[in-house]
Design a protein around this ligand. Structure first.
Ligand code: DC
Length: 238
């Protein structure tokens, strides 16, 4: 008689500092396991873009009342693009995947992600997506707040200079004109903001495994995670 075993589908949380290569790593895991990849940072970026367009946030100002009044009108979703085999971020039905990656959104997103009501809305959406199982989600609070029971939790880190260099190369390859120093100071400022905000600050979950990828290639990181996934699979079979 033939027996069919269903492989348990995991929730994999990838948290860590900005520009650590979390999304590259999380996407590669999702591709290999045939899981969904969800970029939670994209949600905060999309809310930021909405607020920028409305003039609710800019250099030196943030209009909290307007943001809170509009919060129900901000709808974020992910739609699969079969041409690139990836989900793209939509803000009120508009594809904003490219626009949310710009330096201006990056400069304001920390302040938007500190707003309690924004976080509550994003966490709710992230948990709804989590019902799917078989997902890899990256962010700052996925293993601590969004999915404290995630099957595998990774906490990623890398040196500031290496992160700045990677982000600089990425933006330059897209012909976005930026200064290295601007990127570097943006990363330092975001680290401070992420670690020190009152609600859901960036913390390593106690049961998260640390991955410092300063000197690791993506294939090396994949080799590292394969062992962890295999071990988890064996545990879940017994
Ligand atoms: O990962 P990223 O750089 O695209 O994230 C953008 C911002 O959103 C970053 O400043 C931190 C914030 N963020 C967060 O507060 N919680 C998450 N789960 C993901 C991102």
């Amino acid at each position: 008689m033939r027996t069919v075993t269903m492989e348990k589908k995991f929730i994999i949380a990838v948290d860590g500092y900005s520009s650590c290569g979390k999304s590259t790593f999380a996407k590669a895991i999702a591709r290999e396991l045939n899981y969904f990849y969800i970029d939670s940072g994209a949600m905060y970026r999309a809310v930021t873009l909405y607020c920028m367009r409305k003039g609710y946030i800019g250099k030196g100002f943030l209009n909290m009342n307007d943001i809170l009044a509009d919060i129900r009108d901000i709808h974020i979703s992910f739609i699969y693009n079969p041409d690139i085999l990836e989900f793209e971020t939509y803000l009120n039905s508009e594809n904003v995947e490219e626009e949310i990656r710009g330096i201006e959104v990056s400069a304001h997103v920390s302040r938007i992600s500190q707003i309690e009501e924004v976080r509550a809305k994003m966490v709710e959406l992230q948990r709804q997506i989590g019902v799917l199982k078989g997902i890899v989600m990256d962010g700052r609070d996925i293993g601590t707040v969004v999915f404290p029971d995630a099957d595998i939790k990774i906490f990623m880190t890398a040196s500031v200079d290496i992160r700045a260099k990677r982000r600089f190369d990425e933006l330059r390859s897209k012909n976005i004109d930026v200064e290295f120093e601007e990127i570097q100071s943006n990363i330092i400022a975001r680290d401070i903001a992420d670690e020190n905000r009152d609600i859901s600050p960036l913390r390593r979950a106690e049961d998260a495994i640390v991955l410092d990828n300063s000197r690791m290639s993506v294939p090396e990181q994949m080799e590292w995670i394969r062992e962890i996934i295999d071990k988890k699979r064996n545990e879940s079979r017994t």
